[in-house]
Design a protein around this ligand. Structure first.
Ligand SMILES: N=C(N)NCCCC(=O)O
Ligand SMILES: [Zn+2]
Ligand SMILES: [Zn+2]
Length: 327
């Protein structure tokens, strides 16, 4: 790679010829920690919170499992022709400590921490945690960009109203987000939806909120390219937030999750759809619901690390002019 002569290249992961990839403290992609760099254009941050789950717990360990699995990511991403860790400064910002015994307080803490990270010219790649965390992240992103387009990969709608009277759970973040006016309701899509619902009303409510659905079966029948075209048109040049619930993948591709559903997408399909959106203005993203206790051979954590890598690639490429224009 060549860099403009008068500029300092970003602090990148150590070359794997020089330090062992499988040893040492893990950060995402063996990146520097945020405190080791002046400022990050893309900050990878963990949110080890899973008190919002309605079924199997354990996603609080997801971020660190993804970090461990991400040791093998290499510097060049041929699918997007990008060197994500060299185009702009990407760093691991560590974890946000959210109260596991008080969901309302945790939601506030996550929002405040995201505000802090977004205060500079930074985009966030968040590693969950359960899907509850998408709400405070979206609140923070909307403060910066206004209502954003949402692309939501998930087996589930996550637009249910409440569970046991609780408003903030992993099944309800996107209903709250629409109610709060932080989403651009002309550009809301679920992709990968499938499985039994509580009733037909779930779909009617979801449609009223403004969501369009590309089911898991649609992806299989219509194919990845047609789905990408449709999503691109819907998103246009709006600021985009991508939320990936890893249970969008078939349990064969992602067993390590709390609410698995049969008949999901392959990791190849998910990665290809994300790559197909590389020209969209991706302002922040999350990967949630990785629960390593149910994983086997790190299948889920590896898939999640690659999904995050593709989204970091998009954001790093888009932030390159900001990095290289700094003195
Ligand atoms: N995995 C997420 N985010 N939501 C699943 C909720 C499904 C249920 O409670 O029936
Ligand atoms: Zn889900
Ligand atoms: Zn979800």
């Amino acid at each position: 790679m060549t860099f403009p002569n008068d500029k300092t290249p970003p602090v990148a992961p150590e070359e794997s010829e020089r330090t062992l990839r499988f040893a040492g403290l893990p950060t995402f992609g063996r990146l520097p920690r945020l405190e080791e760099v002046k400022e990050a254009n893309v900050a990878v941050v963990g949110v080890p919170f899973d008190s919002g789950v309605s079924y199997r717990p354990g996603a609080r360990f997801g971020g660190n499992a993804i970090r461990e699995a991400s040791r093998m990511l290499r510097p060049y991403n041929p699918s997007q022709d990008v060197y994500p860790f060299h185009y702009s400064q990407v760093a691991d910002a560590g974890d946000i400590s959210a109260n596991p015994f008080n969901i309302n307080e945790a939601v506030e803490t996550i929002e405040a921490a995201a505000d802090g990270l977004l205060a500079t010219d930074t985009r966030l790649m968040t590693l969950g945690g359960d899907h509850t965390i998408a709400l405070p992240l979206l609140r923070s992103v909307a403060k910066k960009y206004g209502p954003v387009a949402l692309l939501h990969f998930d087996a589930h709608l996550d637009t249910w109203d409440t569970y046991f009277g609780a408003e903030y759970t992993h099944g309800t973040p996107f209903r709250r987000a629409v109610e709060e006016g932080i989403l651009d309701t002309s550009a809301l899509s679920h992709v990968g939806t499938r499985g039994p619902l509580y009733g037909k009303q779930d779909l009617e409510d979801d449609e009223k909120l403004g969501f369009g659905i590309v089911t898991s079966a649609d992806v299989m029948r219509r194919g990845v390219d047609e789905v990408i075209d449709q999503l691109r048109q819907r998103i246009g040049d709006r600021p985009l937030y991508i939320s990936v619930d890893i249970d969008v993948l078939d349990p064969a591709h992602a067993p390590g999750t709390g609410t698995p559903e049969a008949g999901g997408m392959t990791s190849r399909e998910l990665l290809e759809i994300i790559r197909g959106l590389s020209e969209c203005r991706l302002v922040s993203a999350d990967v949630v619901e990785v629960a390593p206790a149910y994983d086997h051979a790190d299948i889920t954590a590896v898939a999640a690390s690659h999904v995050a890598y593709e989204m970091v690639s998009i954001m790093s490429k888009q932030m390159a002019p900001a990095y290289w224009s700094k003195p």
